[in-house]
Design a protein around this ligand. Sequence first.
Ligand code: GDP
Length: 434
Amino acid sequence: DPVVAIVGRPNVGKSTIFNRIAGERISIVEDTPGVTRDRIYAHSEWLGQRFSLIDTGGIDISDEPFVTQIQEQAEIAIDEADVIILIVSIKEGITDADEKVARILYQTDKPVIVAVNKVDNPELRGEIYDFYSLGLGDPLPISGSHGIGIGDLLEKVCHYFPKETEQTDNDTINFSFIGRPNVGKSSLVNAILGENRVIVSNIEGTTRDAVDTPFETKAGDQFTVIDTAGIRKRGKVYENTEKYSVLRALRAIDRSDVVLVVLDAGTGIREQDKKVAGYAHEAGRGIIIVVNKWDLVKKDSYTMQGFEKMIREEFQYLDYAPIVFVSAQTKQRLNQLPQEIKRVAENQRRRIRSAVLNEVLMDAIARNPTPTENTKRLKIYYGTQVAVKPPTFVIFVNDPELVHFSYERYLRNRLRESFDFSGTPLRLIARRRK
Ligand code: GDP
């Protein structure tokens, strides 16, 4: 999806506008593990056009003077976005900080839209023409808190989106390594690329995609590895801030079919690991847990089982994700990764015919009768698969309220026992049949 970034100095109302645009988004994920989305990044949709939204104001680059911070936020917008919204405020007029941001935005060819916020009543509209002097085109009056002009703004934003290009390569499987700094993501990318044939593309890529590397295995399978860590580190200060690296990770997850969550065998699992893994799960991506630096671990016959047990306890909602123990350094088991990624990608696209699905459902019900509440028994009439990536099933029932978590989990498990869904989340939606 195209990316829209919001920039501007503090207090112009960036997060109010961000929430206005992102707010109405309804989550359809059924088995949410309680992960709160990062408030600097959201998916949104306007008149059927989907896009991602970044609030650069939420990326605090600590220890830097205020002006440097907003400059760097503008640079992040230039790096990440397809369209940039510069927010200014009618209350204060044009400030030095606004001009500084504008000057940075002159350096990009990407479309920039100037939105003049806090135009809460029509009388103020006459004053927005001052903002022409920013040199970034027609200013647009909006009010984040009153919800005025947001539709016009989004119309202008969508107008600039790159036209849908045909999928260049439908066969390639996109994947990324996600994890904290120093777990070995770059080393894994390099090691994998070292073992396979890198495909040199002659298609002009955008700068944003320049770090995606397509390659082919000996078996002839095609993959594209999406860089997250910024392998080509540009030495900018903000590259190392936590929020920015989380943002990069979330962006990479959105563009991946399969996400490889990398853990460091030496340091175990941290909160940040769970956060990005939870996001990948909610986004319905295929997931593989990769324990790297396995060479550093003193092993006896229980080490691997012990590790696996710990991972299963910490990532309970990822019980479907395969775990692979590797070493980027000694290359141990690295050659298993492509085939594992391929398998998960296939599972994520698996389609089950309705006849087969209903056989499994009826068999499940026969073995473990549906629950009853206040003498009302859950009736499941039939089920059908409505989507892939991830496989999504709708079951038609007499009353969706009667589908309790435990029974839903039971059905999910029956599906997993009946078909290979290893590595992919499953969505199960109960609908009332009249
Ligand atoms: P990234 O920040 O996640 O991309 O991590 P890097 O790939 O830069 O690796 C961080 C450090 O861990 C480097 O010093 C690597 O040499 C080291 N490293 C990466 N993979 C392994 C591994 O499998 N075994 C060992 N012993 N060290 C590793």
